[in-house]
Ligand binder design. Structure first.
Ligand code: PHE
Length: 338
């Protein structure tokens, strides 16, 4: 009988290991510990034993019963957990997984515009906004652009049926800024501008400018150069050399073209700077007294400077991009680089 009990432990262990679901484990329990189970049968047969044998077998089988119950409990828990895990695995979803759409990237123009704003705001400039559909007076007349100036020609300006136009530059915000502020003031005005131009590698009909204007007492060209150098050092993240050449715009006097030392060849001359060592970057100048007076400013007391930064041009120089048409394209290989 002792041998049978020992054998039963082996059978029980094998049967229990084979159980794959909680119901199997229950079947094993019934087979061994149920009313007609194998161990129960052994206990039933004890009445035929001598008192000594009975004591021994009784102790053995009781111990075995306890052991079986412990093993059953452990196995049932294992199988139960397995069931839950299987269920969870089937239902599991990775909520951090990107959806079908790929993540967007900031447009290079937006990246640089944000940076330019940061730099000017850190110098105390206000950021102004102006309409893209503008009055002729603000876009031309008040900026001292005479009625016969070629820039007004239908070739360059998109005229609208309502007599207004799409602003050809951000300079009309100078007019709006002067009329809504009392000097001293300094502001920038980023925005889109439009020109009726044939599109090629360096011309677009729609592009971005950031206008800048400072009006205060005793403003000189030195202030202009200092501000531009601060801007360019911030954008290119290194010292850049600048020079001013005379440039003509009716709303500035004197007017300049600001050049920077070529970033590619460092001024030695290369194909990018057409061997000159310099790159033309931004028109600027001292605000024409007529323009200041049109803006209600006393030119006895105040003077100012202004600039018109072309963002496409700046971005092209910063990243070495050679075709302006890429900005309005839809090539994600281009846009996800910035
Ligand atoms: N508004 C001029 C343009 O678009 C640029 C400019 C701005 C020049 C301010 C001088 C001063 O061409």
């Amino acid at each position: 009988m002792k041998k049978r009990i020992e054998k039963m432990r082996g059978e029980f262990t094998v049967a229990l290991q084979a159980a794959a679901v909680p119901e199997d484990a229950e079947k094993v329990r019934v087979a061994f510990l149920g009313k007609k189970g194998a161990l129960t049968e052994v206990l039933k047969g004890m009445k035929d034993l001598t008192p000594d044998e009975r004591r021994e077998v009784g102790a053995l089988s009781n111990a075995l019963k306890d052991e079986f119950e412990r093993m059953l409990a452990t196995r049932a828990a294992e199988l139960g957990r397995g069931e839950i895990e299987k269920k969870l695995a089937a239902e599991w979803e990775d909520i951090s997984w990107p959806s079908g759409l790929s993540r967007g990237a900031a447009h290079p123009i937006a990246v640089i515009r944000r940076r330019v704003k940061e730099i000017f705001v850190s110098m105390g400039f206000e950021v102004l906004d102006g309409p893209e559909m503008e009055e002729e007076v603000n876009n031309f007349d008040k900026l001292n652009i005479p009625p016969d100036h070629p820039a007004r020609d239908a070739q360059d300006t998109f005229w609208l049926d309502n007599g207004m136009l799409l602003r050809t530059h951000t300079s009309p915000v100078q007019v709006r800024g002067m009329l809504s502020h009392t000097p001293p003031f300094k502001f920038i005005a980023p925005g889109k501008v439009y020109r009726n131009e044939a599109v090629d590698a360096s011309h677009e009909h729609t592009f971005h400018q950031i206008e800048g204007m400072v009006v205060d007492r005793n403003i000189s060209v030195a202030h202009l150069i200092y501000s531009m150098k601060t801007l360019l050092t911030g954008i290119f993240e290194k010292e850049v050399e600048v020079r001013l050449r005379p440039g003509f715009f009716p709303f500035v006097e004197p007017g300049f073209e600001l050049d920077i030392k070529c970033l590619i060849c460092g001024g030695k001359g290369c194909s990018v700077c057409k061997q000159s060592g310099w790159l033309e970057l931004m028109p600027c100048g001292m605000v024409h007294p007529v323009v200041l007076r049109n803006g209600g400013i006393d030119t006895e007391e105040f003077s100012g400077f202004a600039f018109g930064l072309g963002l496409e041009r700046l971005v092209m120089m910063k990243y070495g991009i050679d075709d302006i048409r890429l900005f309005h394209g839809a090539d994600l290989r281009f846009f996800t680089q910035f």
